[in-house]
Design a protein around this ligand. Structure first.
Ligand code: C5P
Length: 300
């Protein structure tokens, strides 16, 4: 996944994800929630990270917005608690490596959207520096570091396009996908804070399970799958952010197969009957002023 673009410069892509299914099972004493989630990578929606290794220990991160007109109001602050910088520091501490790096991050994935952008950037940094610094840490160690950085980070370390996540979301199993899923992703003007959404969710210990979704992803045909999609975080997100309700209603009015919020929002997706329908839906959303819209056909 690392591609060399100049004598001392490498580039890697950090894909987004959508949660096709997310059930909050229970609150935990450690402040997290046990969840059951089916996550799917969206390879054509990806941040890119350019790495220039440094022999001294200095670390520098710069961030550029690929679509300032759509993401302009959503600037990502570069502070020490940025997940990419935390990933670098963690690797330096664990390995005792004294090398540094300059990282240029180009954001295409909107933040505070439930699309996993920050988590994916951090995972990509771990994988890239493990290689560029010659650390040879095994996958298991990278997964452990990833889980410390955030519940969604291990998903982006593992190679599989679709995975079932349990525990906090960090215990992963690959899921085979045969269905082709034409999706429109959209994010309203305002985002949502993951801790705030989790705080106001109602766990569903007896709720629907991911099993049916996993089985149906292995077959063609979208309608049975659509009936099994679920997100326990959607009701609290709708309470916290009325733009989520409006966006889901917009999707519904277009006669898509189904619509749902991803992760803790505020981005939502429409599962469409065809890529052609996805293009029409996306065009209408853009025309009605939705600031960020993306079409992807996750044909796997
Ligand atoms: O793991 P991560 O740092 O991404 O989580 C951010 C916040 O989201 C946590 O501090 C917690 O409030 C909430 N969360 C949760 N249960 C999960 C994942 C996240 O309560 N499984």
């Amino acid at each position: 996944m690392l591609r060399q673009i100049a004598p001392e410069r490498w580039i890697a892509q950090a894909p987004a994800k959508v949660n096709l299914f997310l059930r909050v099972v229970a609150r935990r004493p450690d402040g997290y929630h046990d969840i059951e989630t089916v996550m799917l990578k969206v390879p054509d929606l990806a941040d890119s990270l350019e790495f220039t290794p440094r022999t001294g220990g200095q670390v520098a991160l710069s961030v550029r917005l690929a679509y300032p007109q759509a993401l302009g109001a959503l600037a990502v602050p570069v502070t020490e608690d940025n997940l990419v910088l935390r990933a670098v520091r963690m690797l330096q501490t664990l390995s005792g490596c004294r090398k540094g790096v300059q990282i240029c991050l180009t954001k295409r994935i909107p933040p505070a959207a439930g699309l996993g952008g920050g988590s994916s950037d951090a995972a990509t940094t771990l994988i890239a520096l493990n290689q560029l610094w010659g650390l040879s840490l095994p996958l298991e160690s990278l997964l452990t570091l990833a889980a410390e950085l955030g519940s969604d980070v291990p998903f982006f370390i593992a190679n599989a396009a679709c995975q079932l996540g349990t525990g906090r979301g960090e215990e992963l199993h690959s899921v085979a996908v045969r269905a082709s899923l034409p999706l429109v992703l959209a994010r309203p003007h305002s985002g949502l804070s993951t801790p705030a959404v989790y705080r106001s969710c109602v766990p569903e210990p007896e709720g629907p399970t991911a099993q049916a979704v996993i089985e149906l992803l292995g077959r063609a045909g979208l309608s049975p799958l659509a009936r099994r999609l679920h997100n326990s975080l959607q009701p609290p997100a709708e309470q916290l952010n009325p733009e989520v309700v409006a966006l889901l209603q917009r999707f519904q009015r277009q006669g898509v197969v189904t619509q749902q919020m991803t992760g803790s929002g505020s981005a939502c997706f429409a599962l469409c009957h065809s890529l052609r329908q996805a293009r029409v839906v996306a065009g209408r959303l853009r025309a009605s002023g939705v600031p960020w819209v993306w079409i992807t056909s996750t044909a796997v």
